[in-house]
Design a protein around this ligand. Sequence first.
Ligand SMILES: [Zn+2]
Length: 376
Amino acid sequence: MSRIGNLVVHDTDAPDETGEIPTIPRNSSRVKVVEAVIDLALSILETTQGKAALVRTATEIVNERIRLNHPIIYRDPVDRLPDLINRFLREMRRDFPFVYLGIIAGEGEAVRVKDPNWRTDLSRWQPKAAGPLYLHRYIINNMIACLSQPDKARDNYKVFKFQMAITVAHEIVHFLTGLLIDPVPRRQYTPPRVTLEIYGNRAKGESGRFFEKMLLGGVVECYEDETDRMGDQQAGVPWIFPDSKKSSLGFRVSMTYIDRFVNKEFSFPIQTSANYRPIKRSDLRDRSREMTFVREEEAYAETASLTSSQDSRYRRLPAQTSSTASPRPSVRSSRPAQSHTGSAPPSGSRPSPFGTGQVNRAPAPRPFIFWSNTGF
Ligand SMILES: [Zn+2]
């Protein structure tokens, strides 16, 4: 059963001699895991509450763009947005954007096209023309490791699936944002008010976080459990926070809730467990590592050893072939916003895997031109 139409997944780690990034076979475990995650993400969005949160997010974006006199593609009354969102979700399920597995800063990253061909005609919008979706390769690999060792992994696969479905839903909100707003003539982003304190900044908001707050009640972050036998391959322990402040109280997500959630028995907002007392984010971070950092350290260690042996896989990626700026996908990291600077892994020896040329090699219906879109 193909739950996601025309799903095409690439591995940025496996370019062939010509620099082409091949498609991962459709019947591979990795594609099946990716499909399960995307299916769950779309199922969240297709619920009455999921659609309502999308409509609310889209309405805020449209109203704010109009108020700020920024270019907007969507020109119908906002009360028609539910029709557009129904079509958007149907198209996403029918022909999902290209997916790339790579080493990225967060769990998932959407890349938006710079020059939308649907600018003058919304009916021309198609998911694969909207831009690709990146997913963290380690997470997909770890999910497979969990599936193959169920006794050792215990609830890890479910927690991964829960976290990644939320991640993909968040990134899909960015694709919806790209459908609505026009990035020209200047790089104008999600309106600053469409955000969740303190993601984004005075110039741009964070529509994915806004949506998460509307539907889920906050943002989920996973913290390392040092007793977990999966070690660095674990999903971590999920906590939900009302916003990104260090001083905010986190609540442990109920495992019963996650169990139902991954079986598509949805209820919103996320339910928490009464068996664990709330804890301040700063205290939680003092006592355990956020899993995004665990993966960053792993990626850095791996890349450093590859670089020192002059065999960095990133060097084999095709060179940039376009004069457009190298795209930096919007990052849906579970890491709080205030740590975005200062705690990123050293980048000098870790070339960005996102070359415009690389992305251009997607079997796309037309050449993509991407733009730096953090916060879109
Ligand atoms: Zn985002």
